[in-house]
Ligand binder design. Structure first.
Ligand SMILES: *[C@@H]1O[C@H](CO)[C@@H](O)[C@H](O)[C@H]1NC(C)=O
Length: 291
């Protein structure tokens, strides 16, 4: 518990979870169905019920955007109906899109309150892509925090990016602006062999924690994306397979759920290559998700 920020601790305590269970564990879920169509409210409800039915009873999700596919308009009522909580995503590019994203989040809070919100990530891997400046992103984070505070929401507001972006001191202004830091790390994309996967991953987590704590001590690092593909091309020594994805889940997911807020990549991904999804087209687990 010693690494938990006070806010996180209080939030966890108010949610009725404590001790070793004081972490959110969930999945990244896209707003599009595998066929490309936008998820309806019924589709979101199906996702949420599927997650609750998996071993581990998952009740948290990370979404990437607020207005795209009317994500919050359809996902929030489904979340309220099923008892799911959401790490909200607000897309930052371009300015028109950012304003639409802010408006969708504001509307959702005005209609449904904010109890369904875990936290808000302003942007996703923008620094990794080199799409923005740290100063602009920092100002957008502060902008969204001010907006949600104005309608009574007190959740943390931060940003999600690759661990390589967080350890790059050029981006320190984003750490300063963030209440929490979400790190994405994929040993597979680093060309690691599966037997090195856990070591490579935890080194990336520690490097992020060290960098973040040197800028803003006490800021909590969340694991917002990691996973191992079940199929697709090799990346260096990284080999996709069901058995490797199973090993990575058992070694990394089960440990991560015990020590950090963790959002696995991904819920369903069977039309992609490499493919990271843990459930297939029929929403059955592709490998054993028991910890
Ligand atoms: C650090 O980030 C800056 C700005 O995005 C970029 O130009 C630079 O190449 C990065 N450094 C490393 C080592 O990746």
């Amino acid at each position: 518990m010693k690494f938990l920020s006070l806010t996180t601790f209080i939030t966890a305590a108010l949610s009725g979870i404590s001790g070793a269970e004081a972490y959110w564990k969930g999945f990244n879920v896209g707003a599009n169905n595998p066929d490309g169509s936008c998820k309806t409210q019924a589709d979101w409800q199906t996702v949420f019920n599927t997650l609750k039915g998996l071993p581990g009873y998952f009740t948290s999700v990370r979404l990437y955007a607020s207005s795209d596919c009317n994500t919050l308009e359809y996902a929030v009522p489904a979340a309220l109906a099923t008892g799911i909580q959401i790490l909200v995503g607000v897309w930052t590019e371009d300015d028109t899109h950012f304003n639409n994203e802010k408006q969708a989040l504001l509307t959702a809070i005005q209609q449904h309150g904010s109890d369904w919100i875990i936290a808000v990530s302003v942007g996703s891997e923008d620094l990794y892509r080199g799409d923005t400046s740290p100063a602009k992103l920092a100002s957008q984070i502060n902008d969204v925090r001010g907006m949600i505070r104005s309608v009574g929401a007190n959740q943390e507001v931060g940003h999600v990016d690759t661990w390589t972006a967080w350890v790059n001191s050029t981006n320190n202004a984003v750490i300063t602006a963030s209440d929490f830091v979400g790190m994405d790390g994929y040993p597979y994309f680093q060309g690691a062999a599966i037997q090195d996967g856990a070591n490579v991953f935890w080194q990336s987590v520690q490097a992020t924690r060290d960098a973040v704590n040197s800028v803003k001590p006490g800021t909590w690092v969340w694991i917002t994306e990691t996973g191992w593909p079940v199929s697709g091309a090799n990346d260096g020594s990284g080999v996709p397979s069901v058995s490797n994805a199973q090993a990575y889940w058992t070694n990394v997911a089960c440990a991560a759920f015990e020590q950090a807020h963790t959002f696995w990549y991904a819920y369903q991904d069977y039309t992609a290559s490499p493919s990271f999804g843990v459930v297939d087209a029929n929403r059955n687990p592709i490998y054993n998700l028991a910890c």
